[in-house]
Design a protein. Structure first.
Lengths: 312, 241
């Protein structure tokens, strides 16, 4: 995890908590770091808080959300920043690749116009054929001809690569990619992730596709009920998860030759109640009495009483 | 597929040399070019292929929702007549379950409605239908759900499980599932795969399209690839199950 950070840092989150006015405590004291050029995946079930983290990083949470802790993007603090400085930070240091590429593009403009506009906004004057060259490098065949097309004439995978070309135009410190491939098939998903990594930015990848994460991430943080329950090198965590939730999530993922995947029992807890003990305890096959009483801290990158030898 | 083999297990679904054309941007294009497919009772056949290759068209043909320009589709050995109402024998499931459920109906009504089809001799009463719905929901881990809830109050995963319960409740002969797990969380998707495997073990024939290769591999008896409008069968992979 000690990557040299020449020039500027990527994303550094410390003790971030997000509460919504509904009472939901969506993110609970999480810390993480994404260095430039590295990919960190946030994985977990719907409602675990991973998208809230992404929105907090982009400064796009609703004004009514209560945010505590620190989010620094290339050394600029996002939490509590004014709308004007947020716009500056977004413009200079972060890019977004959203889930549905069809919605990221204006249907009335050609794809080329949209990408060129993003480049101009980020202060990069597109040289002749610059956009086409970049898209060619991202594996779009005949980019010059295709750039004149409207978004509906492109496939989802091609559009998502155009979105990456737009998001990476200003060589931001970080690109947030929120389920960027959930609308795509496996081959195209790989192409999109390769394109993302090729930008050289740090990538915060929000995904529920563990196979994809295993292939394309350096690190992974597993989230459950607003907390990080396990963190580590993606290859290691996904090959030999230590937290019972990470194991259960992996067992629920179909893998060739592994038989039918095993669904997790029960459902994730509501986020408006602060559990006295481990939030996963009610669904955990290993849970004992102490698990319901004390919240396990993140110790050696795992938040589990059982793994860390009973209570700390 | 020129010879007809009279085997003990007659296929539930027989698709023969089917061609489908769709109007394209500049010219009419053949989406399916002579596709043949057989699915027997209890078999799960996976259809794989890149986006836009015609998977959904093939599945609509299998579900008798779209008539091919050429070729034959037979259900249980019988040619599908024009305007056939399917009578609950063939049930489709879509990726977008929320859109497939009637938003005005409480879910007990949606789940049990297929039991009212004409050929059912014992049609349940409303009281029975609510009880059946409750029991069905319990089996898929949705015991907490109010049977009077409308689809709008449900999450995507809950809607998909409701749609599958509806599709299976009247024991159709054929289930046609187009990307049934694409919009779901891993755990919910795993539950859906179990539902489908369980349905097949009760003798229901299933055709499923998915871009999740791993899911098809663990679930299906056979996987076929759709490329350039033709279907290429992959070697039998049942041993992996």
């Amino acid at each position: 995890m000690t990557t040299p950070t020449p020039g500027r840092d990527g994303l550094r989150i410390e003790n971030l908590s997000v509460r919504y006015p509904s009472g939901a405590h969506a993110v609970r004291r999480i810390s993480l770091h994404v260095a430039p050029g590295r990919t960190l995946a946030l994985v977990g079930e719907s409602g675990c808080g991973k998208t809230t983290v992404a929105m907090a990083v982009l400064g796009l949470l609703p004004g009514t959300a209560r945010v505590e802790g620190s989010i620094r993007l290339a050394e600029h603090e996002v939490v509590g920043a004014s709308e004007a400085s947020l716009r500056r930070i977004r413009g200079l240091h972060v890019g977004l690749v959203a889930q549905d590429p069809m919605r990221s593009f204006d249907p009335l403009l050609s794809v080329g116009t949209s990408v060129r506009e993003a480049w101009r906004v980020h202060g990069r004057r597109p040289v002749r054929d610059g956009v086409a060259t970049t898209l060619g490098e991202l594996g779009i065949p005949e980019p010059r001809r295709r750039l004149r097309h409207r978004p509906h004439q492109w496939s989802g995978g091609m559009l998502q690569r155009a979105a990456i070309a737009a998001a990476g135009a200003h060589t931001p410190a970080l690109i947030v990619a929120d389920e960027p491939t959930s609308a795509l098939d496996a081959d195209r998903a790989d192409a999109v992730l390769n394109a993302l990594r090729a930008t050289g930015a740090g990538v915060l990848l929000i995904s529920h596709d563990l196979e994809l994460v295993a292939r394309h991430s350096d690190e992974v943080s597993v989230m459950y009920a607003g907390t990080i329950v396990e963190h580590g090198e993606a290859a290691k965590v996904l090959a030999a998860p230590r937290h019972p939730y990470a194991s259960a999530l992996l067992a629920a993922t179909p893998r060739p030759g592994a038989g039918l995947p095993v669904p997790l029992p029960g459902a994730p807890p509501g986020l408006d109640v602060e559990p006295a003990g481990c939030a996963f305890a009610p669904r955990c096959p290993l849970a004992g009495e102490d698990c319901a009483e004390n919240q396990p801290p993140l110790h050696h990158d795992v938040a589990c009483h059982r793994v860390n030898g009973r209570a700390a | 597929m020129s010879t007809t083999v009279a085997s003990a297990a007659q296929p539930v679904l027989a698709v023969d040399e089917v061609w489908v054309r769709h109007p394209g941007e500049r010219r009419v294009s053949d989406v399916l070019r002579g596709v043949s497919l057989r699915v027997r009772a209890g078999e799960i056949v996976g259809i794989q292929g890149p986006s836009g290759c015609g998977k959904s068209t093939l599945l609509r043909v299998c579900a008798t929702l779209e008539r091919p320009a050429r070729g034959r589709v037979r259900i249980g050995g019988h040619e599908v007549p024009r305007g056939w109402r399917r009578d609950g024998q063939v049930m489709p499931i879509n990726q977008n379950a929320t859109g497939a459920l009637d938003p005005r109906w409480p879910i007990w009504r949606t789940i049990t409605e297929p039991l009212l089809a004409r050929h059912h001799t014992h049609r349940p009463t409303t009281v029975q239908r609510r009880e059946i719905a409750r029991e069905q929901l319990r089996q898929v881990g949705l015991d907490g759900l109010d049977v009077d809830a409308r689809p709008g109050q449900l999450s995507g995963g809950q809607c998909q499980r409701v749609a599958i319960l509806r599709a299976l409740i009247a024991k159709p002969r054929l289930l046609v599932a187009d990307e049934p797990t694409a919009a779901l969380d891993v755990s919910v998707a795993a539950g859906v795969l179990h539902l489908l495997a369980n349905a097949a073990s009760q003798g229901i024939a299933i055709v499923i399209a998915s871009h999740d290769r791993a899911a098809l591999r663990v679930l299906c008896t056979r996987v076929a690839h759709l490329r350039d409008g033709t279907l290429v069968e992959e070697a039998e992979i049942g041993a992996n199950r």
